[in-house]
Each structure stands twice: as C-alpha cells, then as structure tokens.
Design a binder for this molecule. Structure first.
Ligand code: GDP
Ligand code: MG
Length: 316
C-alpha cells in the first residue's frame, strides 16, 4: 500500500495537477487520512462486496479514485445517494455511464428510504455468483459480506440505518471482525459491516474542490466560503438562471458574484447601518439553500461533460 499511498499524498500536496483556485487552501489532515485508510484496507480484505456511496449531485468528484482498483475484484455497487437533490435526468445518464464502466449503480434517497427496494434487489443479485461459487466448491453457502464506504457526509450512516432493520440481530463475534465491529443481517441477502469506511476526498483540481465544498463534504471552516459561494452563484447564473432569479426574486440577472450577493441581500433584507446591503451575508445563505435543494434539483456534474474531459486527458 505505502508506495501508492505516498505517491497519492505527494500528488495531492504538490498541487501539480492544479492550475487555479482555492483547492490549495483547503486544509487537510494527512494523519486522519493515513489512519482511515489503514482501517479501510483491513476491512476491504474481509468483505465480498463493496457498496460505495457517492453524492448524486457530483457522482464523479465525490468518488475516491483509489477505490477503482478494487472494483474489478469484487462486485462494486455505486449508490448515487441524495438523488432527491440531483437532476433526475442527469442521474439517469450517470447510471448508464457507470453501468458501462462495470459498476452496479443505484439511485437512492437513503434519508427517506426511496430506492431502497432497488438497492436490496441489486444487493441480492450481486451476491448470487458468490453464493453459487460456494456451492460449486462444496462449501456451506452463506451470505456475502459487504461494506459501505464513501467520503464524509455522503450518507453512509444513513444508508446503513436504512438497510438495517431495527429488529436485526447483530451477528458479531465472527472471526475477522475487529475493533468491536459487527456484521448486521440486512434482509437483502448480505451481511453488512456496521461501521462505514471513510474515504478522504481528493481535491485534485479546482472543479473537484468546488463540488466537494458545495455539497458539504468538507467542513465549512476548512475552505474559503465566500469564494466557493461566489463560484456557486456564477455556476447558478450559467446553469440555472431561472431558479436563481425566482428564488431571490431578481428582476434581472447580475453579472458578477458580488452583484448576485448584493441582489440576494437586498431581496432578503440583509441590511446594515445606514441601509447598506450586507452582501457578504448572502454567501452562506446561498450555499445552505443550494444544499437543502431550495433552488431545485441541480446536479453540479454532468455525465457527458465529465467523461468527455476524462477522455481528453487520457489522449494527451
Ligand atoms: N436530502 C438527503 N439528505 C440525506 C440523504 N442521505 C443522507 N442525508 C443527510 O446527509 C447528512 C449526512 O448523512 P450521514 O449518513 O451522516 O453521512 P456520512 O458522513 O456519510 O455517514 C445527514 O444530514 C443526512 O440526513 C438523502 O438521500 N437525501
Ligand atoms: Mg457517518
């Protein structure tokens, strides 16, 4: 592990892949990463199946590319969670795209248990070859074991809760389960590790950092919020002008981020002494309202664009 990991760390910290933006300002905690990664690698060796949770609004940037190396060895489900906040049309395209890449993608809203039936069916189906293999080898059939994994705040705990019936007996005390972890029966023909694997997001470039900050994968204290919200304002201006204007009752579309904030501030009555507009206060409001879906179901990443860019980079 260490050689590859060292490379990764170096690449991330050197900022070689970066041309502009604030991703260099985002504070990282390599100590955390090393620890999380070690625990994860131990757990990965124990499971028969991976269930990676991503945010449906940024299904590319909220993945950790390191996990791809395991994808070929074990069935790899990709949950596009928070699908209620993403553009359904885009989610469909992402699902088609990830299917082509050999993953088993499923759109869910874990918080409201929407898509849960699809997820259970996908788990059952993905586990079938595993069970058949045991039978072929003359071994006692058992349910495959799966692990939930993903970047912070993508909904890992919510997915585990959604899949674990309240009455479910923990099946702990099995060999291989360390650090007080347990397997939980899910009723979908898999046993689930009750603790999710935490992946550190990778701020490889400006675009990734923007997406991860906007969807809330990084704590707000760790990135320049005003700047990120400003970029979100410009992104909305270009990609969802109608939503922006309606939400904040704007009569015309401003040009710059500061002007957008000023317009929002005016419409929300964010006034300081002497009636000046406290435009800076509009930044956290815009960010929170996007995150909560108040501007509509807006995906930050479009499947065709992201994959076209990836293909271009490979050609170079
Ligand atoms: N809108 C929406 N919110 C969700 C969904 N799943 C989780 N959340 C919320 O996202 C936040 C992070 O979820 P959590 O499960 O703690 O993420 P974890 O850090 O990956 O374990 C919580 O506030 C959840 O309520 C979903 O499908 N839709
Ligand atoms: Mg959690």
């Amino acid at each position: 592990m260490s050689e590859k990991y060292d490379e990764l760390l170096q690449e991330m910290q050197s900022g070689d892949t970066v041309t502009r933006g604030y991703h260099q300002q985002i504070h990282w905690y390599p100590g955390h990463m090393v620890k999380a990664r070690r625990g994860m690698e131990e757990d990965l060796a124990l499971v028969d199946m991976l269930v990676e949770v991503v945010d449906a609004r940024a299904p590319f940037s909220s993945r950790n590319p390191d996990l791809a190396q395991y994808a070929k060895r074990k069935p790899h489900l990709l949950l596009l969670n928070k699908a209620d906040l993403a553009d359904p049309q885009q989610t469909k395209l992402w699902i088609a795209r990830y299917k082509k890449e050999g993953y088993i993608p499923v759109a869910v809203n874990a918080a409201r248990k929407e898509g849960l039936k699809d997820l259970q069916a996908a788990l059952l189906k993905a586990g079938k070859p595993f069970r058949e293999k045991l039978v072929r080898k003359g071994l006692q059939p058992r349910d495959p074991r799966a692990m939930i994994i993903g970047v912070p705040n993508c909904g890992k705990s919510t997915v585990i809760n959604a899949l674990s019936p309240k009455s479910s007996a923990k099946t702990g005390n099995k060999p291989g389960v360390t650090r007080g972890r347990q397997w939980v029966k899910t009723g979908a023909g898999v046993e689930l590790l009750d603790t999710p694997g935490l992946l550190w997001p990778r701020f490889a470039n400006y675009h990734t950092a923007f997406c991860l900050a906007v969807i809330g994968c990084i704590s707000d204290a760790a990135f320049p919020m005003y700047q990120v919200a400003g970029d979100l304002a410009l992104w909305l201006k270009d990609n969802a002008p109608q939503a922006l204007m309606e939400r904040y009752k704007l009569k015309e579309l401003p040009e710059t981020a500061d002007e957008i904030f000023t317009a929002i501030g005016r419409s929300r009555g964010l006034l300081g002494p002497g009636g000046t507009v406290r435009y800076e206060d509009a930044a956290p409001i815009l960010l929170q309202e996007y995150r909560a879906g108040k501007l509509g179901r807006l995906s930050l990443e479009k499947a065709d664009e992201v994959f076209a860019e990836a293909a271009d980079e490979q050609k170079q």
